[in-house]
Design a protein around this ligand. Structure first.
Ligand code: RTP
Ligand code: MG
Length: 175
């Protein structure tokens, strides 16, 4: 019987979508000293940091992380970009975290990224300009693009013991 109470019990599994996603503050974000500014955006939205470390990855690791782009003309500059300084690797947890994080991050090309997004507020490079000048398309941050990708990327960057389970005030009062 439909009690009219929403959400009905059988729907709860579909509606509640707490996910984890990989977020990297790439070398330009670290070298510019805006790590705190960037992380704050996710915390302000009520999402939770469940893993965090600074890593200076080598070329082999960078190629593995970005292997989906291995045939692209910008692959070499992309690998150089992510290895030219340390990155801050984080795992962010929240409701629909993959899509919500991408929304906060903004479009890939900073010139297209809306004001209010991380890429829109902290960068303005266009990929056309980057390509013309044989430079990397620097855009501060990486975020997993799908749930399946997030699972793979988190496993690549983090050991299970580096990920933590705890309750925030948001989970008690907001979720
Ligand atoms: P990400 O993987 O880093 O979160 O970025 P994304 O999904 O928004 O964009 P994606 O297509 O996966 O590209 C990965 C990174 O490659 C650089 N890029 N350069 N020169 C170019 O045309 C170009 N296109 C992409 C960017 O650094 C992008 O974040
Ligand atoms: Mg991507």
């Amino acid at each position: 019987m439909d009690t009219g109470v929403y959400p009905r019990k059988k729907e709860i599994k579909v509606i509640i979508m707490i996910e984890r996603t990989l977020v990297l503050i790439k070398s330009d974000g670290v070298l510019r000293g805006i790590v705190g500014e960037v992380i704050r955006r996710f915390e302000n939205a009520g999402m939770k940091i469940v893993g965090m470390k600074m890593v200076w990855v080598n070329k082999k690791f960078a190629e593995e992380h970005y292997k989906i782009h291995s045939k692209k003309q910008f692959f070499k500059t992309l690998v150089n970009y992510i290895t030219e300084g340390p990155v801050v690797a984080t795992v962010i947890e929240g409701v629909h975290a993959v899509d919500n994080v991408r929304k906060i991050v903004g479009s890939t090309s900073p010139s297209d990224a809306a004001p209010g997004t991380i890429r829109g507020d902290y960068s303005h490079m266009s990929m056309a300009h980057a390509d013309k000048n044989k430079k990397a398309g620097k855009n501060i941050i990486h975020a997993s693009d799908k749930s399946q990708t997030a699972k793979k990327e988190i496993a690549l960057w983090f050991d299970k013991k580096e990920l933590h389970t705890y309750k925030t005030v948001h989970e008690k009062h907001v979720f």
